[in-house]
Write a protein that binds this ligand. Sequence first.
Ligand SMILES: *Cc1c(COP(=O)(O)O)cnc(C)c1O
Length: 382
Amino acid sequence: MKLNFDPHAVPSPSYVVDEGLLIKNLELLKSIIDRTGCKILLAQKGFSMYSVYPLIGKYLNGVTSSGLLEAKLGFEEMGKEVHTYSPAYSEADFDEVLSYSDHLVFNTFDQWRRFKDRVKNHPKPIECGIRINPEYSEIEVDMYNPCFAFSRFGVTLENFEPEELEGISGLHFHTMCEQNSDTLARTIKVVDEKFGKYLNLKGMKWINFGGGHHITRPDYDIETLIESILFMKEKYGLDVYLEPGEAIALNTGFLVTTVLDTMQNGMPIAIVDTSASCHMPDVLEMPYRPEIVGSGKPNEKSITYRLGGPTCLAGDVIGDYSFEQPLTAGDKLVFTDMAHYTMVKNNTFNGMNLPSIVLNTVNDGPKVIKEFRYDDFKERLS
Ligand SMILES: *Cc1c(COP(=O)(O)O)cnc(C)c1O
C-alpha cells in the first residue's frame, strides 16, 4: 500500500484518519440508503472522532449511542437522529438520556415498564423499541457473541411479553461482528420465523439490524444486504435501520509510531512509542496482528523484530514483523486500519500519553486535530 502522507510530518504517535478514504466508505453506505430507503447510523462505540461528524452526517442518518455520554456527543456534534440502546439505563441518567434521544431501545420489558411513564411524559415524542435475542449468531468468540449462553443482551422468544408492547414501535437485534451479508440473510430468516408475528402488529414501525455488517470490506456482498433490507421493508412495511461502527471507518486510519530503541534477547527487539495495551487494545483482546506498511510476516523479509510498547507491562507486545533493513531509533512505522476501536478504547495506563489525532484532509493534507498532554492524564485521576 502507498501512503499519501509523510509520516515524518505528523506528531508521533498519532492516529491519522484519511478523509478521502472515509468519504469512499460513506459514499458506499449512502448508495445503500439511496437504493433501499433504509437508514444507516454511526455506532459511536466503534468510532467517535467527532471532528468528522459533520462530514459523516452529510451521508448517514445519525448516530447510535450506548448511554448518556455518547448520546450527548452525537446530539451536540452531529445533530441528526440520536438512537440510544443501553443494556440497562440508570435512574440518575435517564431524563438526560431522553432529552438527547429520538429512539430508545430497552434491553428488557422490566426496564420498559420502569421507564415508560417518563418517556410518555417527555415533551418530545420518542420511538421506543425492545432488543430481542434471536438466539442465532455465527460468531465463534464468546467475547464478541451477544447470543452466547446466558447472554445479558436482549429478550429471548421465551421471555418475550407481547402484552407489554403498547407504546413499543420497533424491535432491535445485534448479533453480528465483522460479518458478510450471507450471515445477515440467515439471521433475518430466524428473526422472521421467531418474531414475525410481533413485527406484524399494528404499532410496529421499524426494525434495527444492529451492527457488525462489514459493508465496506472489498469482498462484501452488497446485493444480499439490499435483499435482506427490502425483504423486511416489504413483508412488514417497516423502516429498516442499520447501525454499523466498524464499517464506517474500516481501513481509513493509520497509527504512526517511532522506533525508540532496538535490542537483542534471543531475537531482535524494537521498542516503539506506541503501546498495544494503551493505544490498540484489540491487538491484545481479540487478539489480532495489525499490518505495518512495508513489513512482512516473521522471516518473510531479511530481519524479524518483536515490537513492543514503552509500558512496563511484559505482555505489551504488538507482534513479530520482518523488514528489508534493520530498524534504527527514529524510524517511522505505520500501522494500518487503526481508525475504529482504537481512539475510543485508548487509555493512559502507566502514564502513556494518548496519540495525537490527525485528519489527512483531501485538500490540504494532514491537519492536527488534537494533541494530548500531562493535563489529560492528570484529569482522569485524583
Ligand atoms: C457494537 C455495537 C454496534 C456496532 O458494531 P460494529 O461491529 O462496530 O459494526 C451496533 N449496535 C450495537 C447495539 C452494538 O453493541
